[in-house]
Design a protein around this ligand. Structure first.
Ligand SMILES: Cc1ncc(COP(=O)(O)O)c(C=O)c1O
Length: 326
């Protein structure tokens, strides 16, 4: 048997230096309710092995974008975090106002006006069993990292999408933004392995669900914007905001209606436009589906109008901006 040395606390701190990696420069700051403090050294951004989020995925999270110095749609993200927490009987360690204070303080410590903020509420440290009652105190972690460019910035021609071969998540798991993203990881892997940008999931009835970390909707040839019904997908904050913005376009020549409905693969193939929405992708155009062009095979007018409106909303709408950097 190979002898592995036992590390003292001092050894551990010293040896930790060996784990510095170039990609860690994208990690700006982390708050932990365990320390009730913030660190900016990536090597200190740690979660204990006995937090049930590590070994059971027992936690919920949100990813919120800070752009132009302001968090976008924080209220909607905190509402969804609350809804996810309630579904798992997770009690926040802080009130909503106290959580917000800690999120804003972590973002400030990160010192980047363009950043991604991930907020986690976890079952917390306890034992290593599955029993949540082992854990006396739920925890909050907040991690601020770099923000990637929205998809269309680097891919102005639009996205290639294909049907996922994976089974859809059960509705309960799909609607709760919980820390078990193994099915989502497998969808992303599927897309990368197939050389496409996104995959689209379908439920057992053949109805469109969502992508790995994005919602999907379509524009019909008679100008209706339709997203899947909400019961079996994550209710995307971007999707819901885009639907609100889209209602303002009705009757102005681009759209006749904004709806949710059960959508099939045939509906997708016959659509005039395929839209992909999410915090990191904004409103992205799906221009090819299962190897065939969608509509004219180029980004369409509804995607362009909604993506532009979303950007204006992010930059200028005080109702959905929480300004952190002046
Ligand atoms: C499974 C899933 N669907 C949809 C979305 C889009 O949600 P949002 O627009 O709030 O980013 C996400 C976001 O990460 C997701 O993980």
């Amino acid at each position: 048997m190979k002898s592995i040395r036992h590390l003292s606390r001092e050894d551990w701190v010293r040896e930790g230096e060996r784990f510095r990696r170039p990609y860690q420069s994208a990690y700006y700051a982390m708050y932990s309710s365990l320390w009730e403090g913030i660190v900016t050294d990536p090597l200190l951004m740690m979660v204990p092995a006995d937090d049930h989020v590590v070994h059971r995925g027992d936690g919920v999270f949100e990813a919120v974008k800070c752009t132009g110095g302001a968090l976008y749609n924080l209220t909607a993200h905190l509402d969804r975090l609350q809804a996810s927490s309630d579904r798992l009987s997770l009690v926040w360690p802080w009130s909503r106002g106290e959580m917000t204070d800690r999120i804003l303080a972590t973002l400030s410590a990160g010192d980047h006006p363009e950043a991604m903020v991930r907020i986690f509420v976890t079952r917390g440290p306890g034992g290593f069993a599955v029993n949540p009652y082992e854990c006396p105190c739920p925890q909050m972690y907040c991690v601020v990292t770099s923000l990637s460019q929205p998809f269309m910035v680097n891919h102005p021609a639009g996205a290639r999408v294909r049907t996922s071969g994976l089974p859809a998540k059960a509705a309960f798991m799909a609607t709760v933004k919980n820390c078990n993203y193994v099915p989502n990881m497998l969808m992303k892997k599927e897309a990368v392995d197939a050389g496409v940008d996104f995959v689209a999931g379908y439920d057992e009835h053949g109805f469109l669900t969502e992508g790995a970390t994005e919602n999907l909707g379509l524009v019909t040839t008679d100008r209706r914007l339709i997203f899947p019904q909400l019961g079996g997908i994550l209710p995307g904050t971007t999707m819901l905001r885009v639907m609100e913005l889209a209602r303002g376009l009705i009757g102005k020549g681009l759209l006749n209606a904004v709806e949710t409905a059960n959508l099939t693969r045939d509906d997708v193939m016959a659509s005039a436009e395929l839209l992909i929405t999410g915090t990191t992708v904004n409103v992205t155009a799906g221009i090819e589906y299962d190897g065939r062009p969608i509509g004219a095979g180029v980004p369409g007018p509804v995607q362009q109008a909604l993506d532009a409106q979303l950007k204006v909303d992010m930059r200028t709408n005080p109702a959905v901006r929480t300004v952190v950097f002046i």
